[in-house]
Design a protein around this ligand. Structure first.
Ligand SMILES: Cc1cn([C@H]2C[C@H](OP(=O)(O)O)[C@@H](CO)O2)c(=O)[nH]c1=O
Ligand SMILES: [Mg+2]
Length: 208
């Protein structure tokens, strides 16, 4: 029995880290803008530093309804999710996190409701950039509030769902659209390159 208990205690002490995908591991916004400019060179566009809404479509709709439709056509098209560039340092940080003692890391991402390409291509992106073993580390859900973890690192400032007070702490990953957002006392992680993510993990581990 003692062995069983110590196993339970050991697993309870593990820090369960959930990491979002778009705008945290891969750069949805940059590719969307590049593709929009190349497909519609004569239309107005929103530079990344002027992005404000979580959904790009909403901000384009305020300029002209057809621009919002063009934006949606881009992220619904084949290859969009597969070919997203990496957010600098994200994959190295994930691999390091996976090897850290006392840490369990999962990718927690929401697929588009138009799942035709997005679903498969999210798996392809993970396999190509992180490796096959990460295919066992994927949580795809439309409702992240029901996912279990100590922390969720995600660029969406307001994450809502069936659970009013999710079990995880939401750390907001800084992205062009949320730089100016009111994040209501939540912590931020600004990047994967200056090493601050390690301080965040150490701090979280002390609380588990
Ligand atoms: C439509 C849209 C989706 N997304 C991302 C968020 C979700 O991925 P993730 O949960 O990995 O961040 C996914 C489906 O909505 O696409 C944006 O980041 N901006 C958008 O405008
Ligand atoms: Mg995201």
């Amino acid at each position: 029995m003692a062995g069983k208990n110590s196993f339970r205690n050991h697993s309870e002490r593990k820090l369960l880290v959930l990491v979002d995908m778009d705008q945290v591991l891969c750069d949805f916004e940059m590719r969307l803008l590049q593709e929009f400019q190349s497909r519609h060179p004569n239309d107005p566009f929103i530079p990344l530093e002027e992005r404000r809404t979580f959904y790009a479509r909403d901000q384009y709709a305020k300029i002209r309804a057809d621009l919002a439709d063009n934006i949606r056509d881009i992220y619904n098209s084949e290859g969009f999710f597969r070919d997203l560039p990496e957010i600098p340092g994200a994959c190295d940080a994930m691999k390091e996190l996976k090897e850290m003692e006392g840490v369990d890391v999962f990718i927690c991402s929401s697929p588009l409701t138009s799942y035709e390409f997005c679903l498969k291509e999210k798996f392809q992106w993970i396999e190509e950039h992180l490796g096959q073993e990460w295919l066992d580390k994927i949580i795809l859900t439309k409702d992240k509030t029901v996912a279990n973890g100590h922390v969720l690192i995600d660029d969406r400032p307001n994450i809502k769902g069936a659970i009013r007070k999710p079990i995880w702490e939401h750390v907001v990953f800084t992205a062009c659209h949320n730089v100016h957002s009111d994040i209501r006392g939540k912590r931020r992680l600004d990047n994967w390159t200056d090493g601050s993510w390690r301080d965040l993990i150490l701090d979280l581990q002390m609380r588990v």
